[in-house]
Design a protein around this ligand. Sequence first.
Ligand code: ZN
Ligand code: ZN
Length: 74
Amino acid sequence: MSETAIKKGWIPPHSHCRVCGKSVPVNKEFCSKQCEEEAAKITQRNKRSSRLYLIIFIVLMATLLLWSFTTRGS
Ligand SMILES: [Zn+2]
Ligand SMILES: [Zn+2]
């Protein structure tokens, strides 16, 4: 790459930090250790909340199923 190409607005291939959005080398996902840890925290939190939603869904479905069984017979 030449300097003139960069001046013309050509942007070298790059990625963006998944946490703060800073530009990082293409093979990297995060700009710093802090951002990596932050992303891990977010993933952990999401995993926990999605499990909670799954449990709520199962309980809801079971209740609905039981309810349909108890009302059908009578
Ligand atoms: Zn970052
Ligand atoms: Zn960019």
